[in-house]
Design a protein around this ligand. Structure first.
Ligand code: F6P
Length: 547
């Protein structure tokens, strides 16, 4: 298997070594162009729409469950064609096929990358038998917990962090309307006891199920919280730990050593941040039930097939990943803001932060060579319309151009159509405002009631000018349900894969998290002893203050 990926990688060029990279660089550095990205940085979107009435159709893509309007981005057909040609020169599609087939796509850990196998239908894809054996067992267990009369369970507490927290937490929040009405879900991740304490305060030990979720079962935060929860459970007179604590892990021995007898396993070929599709999804399965969980997998699988089969011209994750490269490496945009116009998706930006930044926050290529170009953008955001009343000012008038990603859901699950109309109108208005901007001449014609009468009109107009041409993408889901959410998340996964393949980096390791963990282990005993010998003065001073 590994040979296929090695072949794919050896026949591939790193993005910057392709002719298209040089060509695109020349385009953005053309004489007369601006500091950061030349002509395309100042690409006139208003004009582009006027000149080309087909622009919306040409730059819109329909993938399973997700429609994407890419037309309000700072690109045109020649740029898109060069990016697609670059993907070909980089062997992105061959690397994709090798990953799906089980090649070692994570070479520094010698692992295959097969989260896609977790959502393949029964009998299909690598490891199908073991995947479906765990899935069936997990869904049967979830079903038994959902029978609240016989299980006695009312509260489910997931203890995990990173990929063992963000995915299930995000999905359960997003699909709130479909969550079992008699069950409450809690997610404890931080080693800060202020995370655990308010959750425990609400619980009856005999009616609580603790899920200890950790791929490695060695993570400091999760083990510390699990031990604290267990101590609380016993102190409250809880009995039958085996029934009230279950484990989700690849490390079955460590879970057993903790005293957990019911475990759901997964495999080293599932990365933590790609793991919600398997046993890490246990809270989701309990929340939604078998049909809901299977629909989530189906949506993701449909997006997998789209990514594998759609022509590059129609391939949504591929084009999104290439747009990321265009913005990061050619136009110099260092961040991307995600604004889901659905309150249920409030944890989606946090989920994407791990998916994107832990995957692509790398500065060497797969050969270990230092990269001469930028990789992962900063990904951040808040649900709309809240963000509008906080940081959108900077998106509209700040000195940085930040591509924004809007997620709109056509049909709500609540019964207030008027609220929903307002929400969607706001979403549309923001992408429109970012694009259109407002010229000083236009601003000068207005007399805003809150403006100072003492202000010179031309000066005021400068304050009220919007540059416009600020790029955005709008995704539209017909409804937010398990299928469309599964598709949306898988779309982001493959987008991250695409940009990583162009950048020539390993998107599936995360060595950058290790140093802090090791230093924490060294500092921990010093918190007790107060020994600051050998520490730098800042760390020593702070440690003395904090212990
Ligand atoms: O520290 C980063 C990380 O390793 C993530 O990649 C992972 O999702 C998280 O910690 C939790 O790890 P585990 O599931 O092994 O507890």
């Amino acid at each position: 298997m590994s040979t296929r990926l090695e072949e794919a990688q050896s026949s591939a060029l790193r993005g910057d070594r392709t002719p298209q990279w040089s060509e695109l660089s020349a385009w953005v550095q053309a004489p007369g162009a601006g500091r950061q990205g030349g002509a395309y940085r100042h690409y006139d979107l208003r004009q582009a729409f006027t000149q080309n009435p087909q622009r919306f159709d040409q730059f819109s893509l329909q993938a399973p469950g997700v429609f994407a309007d890419l037309s309000k981005n700072l690109w045109d057909e020649p740029v898109r064609a060069r990016l697609l040609a670059m993907a070909q020169a980089c062997g992105v599609l061959q690397q994709r096929d090798a990953m799906f087939a089980g090649a070692v796509a994570n070479p520094t850990e010698g692992r295959a990358v097969l989260h896609t196998a977790l959502r393949a239908p029964r009998g299909q894809g690598p490891h199908a038998e073991e995947v479906h054996a765990v899935l069936d067992r997990m869904l049967a267990y979830a079903h038994s917990m959902r029978d609240v009369e016989s299980s006695g369970i009312r509260d489910v507490v997931n203890i995990g962090i990173g990929g063992s927290d963000l995915g299930p937490q995000m999905v359960v929040a997003a699909l709130d309307a479909q969550v079992h009405p008699q069950l409450r879900f809690h997610f404890v991740s931080n080693v800060d006891g202020h995370d655990l304490a308010p959750v425990l305060r609400q619980l009856d030990p005999q009616r609580t199920l603790f899920i200890v979720a950790s791929k490695t079962f060695t993570t400091q935060e999760t083990l510390a919280n699990a031990h604290a929860a267990k101590a609380w459970f016993l102190a409250q007179g809880g009995t039958d730990i085996a029934r009230h604590f279950v484990g989700v892990t690849t490390n079955l021995e460590a879970a057993a050593a903790f005293g957990i007898t019911t475990t759901f396993g997964f495999w080293d070929w599932v990365g933590g941040r790609y793991s919600l599709w398997g046993a890490i999804g246990l809270p989701i399965a309990i929340a939604l039930g078998e049909d809901g969980f299977r629909a989530l997998l189906q949506g993701a699988h449909a997006m997998d097939q789209h990514f594998q089969q759609a022509e590059p011209q129609a391939n949504l994750p591929l084009q999104l990943g290439l747009l990321d490269v265009w913005y990061r490496n050619f136009l110099g945009f260092s961040s991307r803001s995600v604004a889901p116009y659905h309150q249920g998706l409030r944890r989606f930006p946090a989920y994407l932060q791990q998916l994107e930044m832990e995957s692509n926050g790398k500065s060497v290529d797969v050969q270990g060579q230092a990269l001469p170009y930028a990789t992962s953008p900063v990904v951040w955001g808040e649900p709309g319309t809240n963000g509008q009343h906080a940081y959108f000012q900077m998106l509209h008038q700040g000195t940085d151009v930040i591509p924004v990603e809007f997620i709109a859901v056509k049909t709500p699950t609540h019964g207030w159509p008027d609220l929903h109309r307002k929400l969607l109108a706001n979403c549309l208005a923001q992408s429109q405002a970012l694009m259109l901007g407002k010229r000083a001449e236009e601003a000068a014609l207005e007399r805003p009631p809150t403006a100072s009468a003492a202000m010179v009109p031309q000066v005021l107009a400068q304050h009220r000018t919007f540059a416009g041409n600020r790029p955005s993408t709008t995704f539209v889901l017909q409804a937010l349900n398990p299928y469309t959410l599964g598709a949306l998340v898988a779309m982001y996964e493959h987008r991250v894969f695409t940009s990583a393949a162009v950048w020539g980096i390993n998107a599936f390791d995360q060595w950058g998290v290790e140093l802090g963990k090791a230093l924490c282990n060294q500092l921990l005993p010093r918190m007790d002893s107060g020994d600051t010998s050998g520490l730098d003065a800042s760390t020593a001073g702070l440690l003395a203050m904090l212990r």
